[in-house]
Design a protein around this ligand. Structure first.
Ligand code: HEM
Length: 453
């Protein structure tokens, strides 16, 4: 952590909530949307929040300031430092935790499988996983669909990233990863001081055990792959095993393990929550479900959804984007200042964290009239710009899996609409709850499956 600047008057930072720092942590962990909205109403588009033992965080929701942060020099604005809390889950070699040259190099290794044409080759596996998920939904019972979307996203990642879709490793990893995501879901585990092993019945002990077992299985998988020398494997694991650093060095097992864990953690929890939110808005907002049905009937003409249809499903794409606007699963992203800077007219010292606030920017009345209404049409034509709509963050740190997640979401939602008839329980409000760093709908997003094809 960068030490506090002695010569800087910290009381000159933008004003923010006056609650003691410890109370701000609890508000941030358990009532985050109320905490942010109240502060924005009182202090405006820029305000400072304080957590004990952490540097001050300055939240921004003006696109001009957000542009300055996302387009600033990577030497001046470090994201890796702000993500240290994730280290026990993803490891110290994770792209999440790196900055500067090492970040750039590691990111370059990870990007190719999540871009462009490669996406189309995943369509069939994703549709298969979607159908399996739909088949497993119990009929006529109210269930939390988030548990099912989580299993879907983990299955997709295990298939596409590790190339496994059955057998002992698959079943074990699916279970262990589920444990890790659930174990890490408590907002309290965000506090470094609670990331300790206090005995056999503590959440942290269970989490550490699952992580150790996952590491063992990954080690075996990598070993088997290296021994088999099979060049026909085209999954992400195969690509990482053969990847080389710029200086020609092969990637080590520790680096490989940390990047695989990063993808599993980053891709599983986020996309599954976004899917749960999408189901909520589709069922809740009159007219949306029918419009998706009409579009699917026109574009698919009786077929199953496939890669060639996806670019034509424009309304569904708007539904996914509007979901990510109104219910972003990650509410903020942070950058730690490495030198004094002026942002939004405020002089800031090195060491503070500047935070583009996705949640508040996405709710600005001047960008999104009637911001609390779910209106997919906002994304027709050009839609908002990258500093007004940024559910995947921005700049050099923008989410590596953004295209992958959008693709995956469209496939599962299309299959759900084609094959099921779901109903929201009366009075279900879909309030926000926090699972670790993500926002998800309360009670796992309740639905009743009325019929299924
Ligand atoms: C709806 C789903 C998702 C959302 C909302 C989301 C959101 C985000 C956000 C906000 C960031 C931080 C960006 C920043 O600091 O500016 C991020 C980073 C990242 N995401 Fe995602 N993500 C999603 C799905 C995925 C998937 C499916 C994968 C992998 C397959 C993935 C892999 C990553 C990685 C590796 C990073 C770190 C990038 C870096 O530091 O350079 N994400 N994501």
């Amino acid at each position: 952590m960068t030490p506090r600047a002695r010569s800087f008057d910290y009381s000159s930072l933008p004003p923010g909530p006056k609650l003691p720092a410890i109370a701000q942590v609890f508000a941030w962990a358990f009532r985050p949307t109320q905490f942010m909205s109240r502060a924005a109403r009182k202090y405006g588009e820029t305000f400072t929040i304080r957590f004990p033992g952490f540097p001050e965080e300055i939240l921004y929701s003006n696109p001009k300031d957000i542009k300055k942060i996302f387009t600033g020099s990577v030497e001046d604005l470090h994201a890796g430092k702000g993500n240290e809390i994730l280290e026990p889950l993803v490891g110290r070699h994770s792209v999440f935790l790196l900055d500067g040259k090492r970040h750039k190099e590691q990111r370059k290794l990870l990007l190719p499988p999540f871009h462009g044409e490669r996406m189309h080759s995943y369509c069939e596996q994703m549709r298969k996983a979607a159908n399996e998920m739909i088949d497993s939904l119990p009929m006529d019972q109210t269930v939390g669909i988030h548990a099912y979307t989580k299993r879907f996203t983990l299955d997709v990642i295990l298939k596409i990233v590790l190339g496994i879709s059955e057998g002992h490793h698959f079943i074990r990893l699916r279970k262990l990863l589920g444990n890790v995501l659930d174990g890490a879901s408590s907002p309290l585990l965000l506090a470094k001081m609670l990331q300790v092993d206090l005995g056999p019945f503590t959440a942290w002990r269970r989490l550490s055990r699952s992580l150790t077992e996952i590491e063992k299985i990954l080690f075996q998988l990598v070993d088997e792959r290296r021994a088999s020398n099979d060049s026909t494997q085209i999954d992400v694991l195969a690509m990482l095993i053969s990847a080389k650093h710029e200086d020609g060095r092969s990637i080590t097992f520790d680096e490989l393990r940390d990047e695989i864990m990063t993808i599993l953690v980053a891709g599983g929890e986020t996309t599954s929550s976004a899917l749960a939110w999408a189901v909520f808005h589709i069922l809740k907002t009159p007219g949306v479900l029918n419009k998706i049905r009409e579009e699917l009937a026109t574009v698919l003409d009786g077929d199953d959804v496939s890669a060639q249809h996806l670019p034509k499903l424009k309304y569904l794409e708007c539904v996914v984007k509007e979901t990510l606007r109104l219910s972003p699963v990650i509410p903020t992203v942070g950058r730690v200042l490495q030198r004094p800077m002026t942002i939004g007219g405020h002089d800031l010292p090195a060491g503070v964290v500047v935070v583009p606030c996705i949640y508040l920017t996405h709710r600005r009345e001047d960008i999104y009239p009637d911001p609390l209404m779910f209106k997919p049409a906002r994304f027709q034509d050009d839609g908002p710009g990258p500093y007004e709509f940024f559910p995947f963050g921005g700049g050099i740190r923008r989410c590596i899996g953004a295209a992958f997640a959008m693709y995956e979401m469209k496939i599962l939602l299309a299959q759900i609409v084609l094959r099921t008839n779901l109903e929201l329980p009366a009075n279900y409000r879909g309030r926000v709850t926090r699972r670790s760093i993500t926002f998800t709908p309360e009670k796992g997003m309740l639905v009743k499956v009325k019929s299924r094809k």
